[in-house]
Design a protein around this ligand. Structure first.
Ligand code: C2E
Ligand code: MG
Ligand code: MG
Length: 416
């Protein structure tokens, strides 16, 4: 399949499937041997065997195959084709010189981009969408993910946003705001959550959730996390010298859990800014833990051994597995805002929050309620024994200078 082919074909209704073969280790080791060529030949035979004459396929690299299905009868076929393709490639491949025991087994991931006829996109968009879907497929149990490709103008805006984001990140143009966390027992502010902020040159503010998801998709997450962590610790050092003994929480993304070097990067950052590890809490969501269950335990143990806190963010919105609370060395449970919003008037939310606070305490954690927007909710949380609260009722996230002033005022600390 030539690039030009793909370009013309992509103007029609089509599905591009990108297959990541996932035997790079074995295929690379066998690269010079006949058997490696045999494996690839068999893979291509199986792919070809399920295509129609109008479809196209190509071996894009020794570990990736592109398959273009032209004018498929319907969108649902894309998912079916992806699953069938994966099923075909999973059957053991026996080389001519190998016994049954040494068969090659592939565990491919298939990402697909579906392009409806009424919304033409260009080939590069189709490929970018399929490759993003393939990355997501790697995280799924089914290992198949099909998405609809963006239209050309949507894709153009997205590409521009991604480029601007990359430039801004490397030019340190992001900002970090701090949202106070308040002890419900003492009424004092004990710390703050660090939240990334970015305003584009045209004045538009980019949603932090979107920033995080682009960084995750484009391999920029470590860069983002280190920026937020170092900026936060730098401010913490300055606050220390002004008698502000705040603790801080920094959000981590799922992908960080799979980075074995990250815990030592945290250690370096703490040393650089001379901050005690106990002042830093790292927040993870349950979805992140589920996605990287295998590396999560080691990661969390290392972070805890260094003395940092570990919070489970947005608890109650995902799997809500009590098992995680028992199994992992967490120090804080953050109860999601959806249970807190109507707390004062909703008896069932009160029961849930009560149970979550008890659960946190049973497993030796603090309970923190997110999204506290009014005094009655704060009052209910206090009665339910919740330890900490965060939300617009106390303060919105704010720049570091404002936070200093706010802290002094709220905790009634005289200005030095
Ligand atoms: P999160 O970690 O759960 O952060 C809390 C979010 O709730 C923040 O949104 C905060 O502004 C908002 N919030 C706080 N109090 C209230 C309230 O009383 N009412 C309502 N309606 N909302 C409240 P924000 O800053 O837009 O961040 C959204 C999400 O983006 C965060 O959720 C976090 O998952 C992600 N995020 C933000 N900064 C970072 C970062 O530096 N790294 C990573 N990986 N993710 C980040
Ligand atoms: Mg958070
Ligand atoms: Mg949260």
């Amino acid at each position: 399949m030539q690039y030009a082919d793909t370009l013309t074909l992509a103007r029609r209704r089509s599905v591009l499937l990108l297959v990541s073969l996932h035997r790079t280790d074995r295929l690379a080791a066998l690269a010079q041997a006949n058997s490696a060529r045999e494996v690839i030949a068999e893979v291509m035979r199986r792919v070809e065997g399920m295509l129609r004459s109008s479809d196209r396929y190509a071996l894009a690299s020794h570990e990736e195959i592109w398959v273009l299905l032209v004018d498929p009868p319907g969108e649902s076929l894309a998912e079916l084709a992806g699953r069938t393709l994966r099923g075909n490639l999973m059957r053991p491949i026996h080389g001519s010189d190998s016994g049954a025991g040494s068969a090659v087994r592939l565990n491919p991931a298939v990402g697909g981009a579906w392009q409806p006829a009424d919304s033409p996109t260009d080939a590069m968009n189709l490929l970018a969408a399929a490759s993003e879907a393939c990355r997501e497929a790697e995280e799924l149990e089914s290992r198949v993910k099909i998405v609809t490709a963006r239209s050309e103008s949507e894709a153009h805006h997205r590409r521009q946003l991604e480029q601007d984001l990359r430039d801004a990140l490397f030019a340190n143009q992001f900002d970090v705001h701090f949202q106070p966390q308040v002890s419900l027992a003492t009424g004092r502010c004990t710390g703050a959550e660090a939240l990334v902020r970015w305003t584009r040159p045209d004045g538009t503010r980019v949603n932090p959730g979107l920033i995080a998801s682009i960084c995750e998709a484009r391999g920029l997450m470590t860069q983002l996390t280190l920026f937020v962590m170092n900026t936060t610790l730098r401010h913490l050092m300055a606050w220390n010298s002004q008698g502000i003994d705040a603790r801080v929480s920094v959000n981590l993304s799922a992908i960080t859990l799979a980075d074995p070097a990250f815990p030592s990067l945290v250690g370096h950052a703490l040393d650089t800014w001379s901050i005690a590890a106990s002042r830093l809490t790292l927040e993870l969501t349950e979805t992140a833990v589920v996605r990287h269950e295998q590396s999560a335990m080691k990661f969390m143990k290392e972070i805890r051994e260094r003395g940092c806190g570990l919070a489970l963010d947005d608890f109650g919105t995902g799997y809500s597995s009590f098992n995680y609370l028992r199994q992992f060395p967490l120090t804080e449970l953050k109860i999601d805002q959806s249970f807190v919003r109507n707390l004062a008037d909703d008896a069932s939310d009160q029961r849930i929050v009560h149970a979550l606070v008890d659960l946190a305490h049973t497993f030796g954690m603090h309970a923190l309620a997110e999204g506290v927007e009014d005094e009655r909710s704060a009052q209910s949380l206090r009665q339910l024994g919740c330890d900490l609260a965060q939300g617009y009722f106390f303060a919105r996230p704010m720049p570091h200078g404002e936070f200093t002033a706010w802290w002094r005022e709220f905790n009634r600390v005289p200005t030095p």
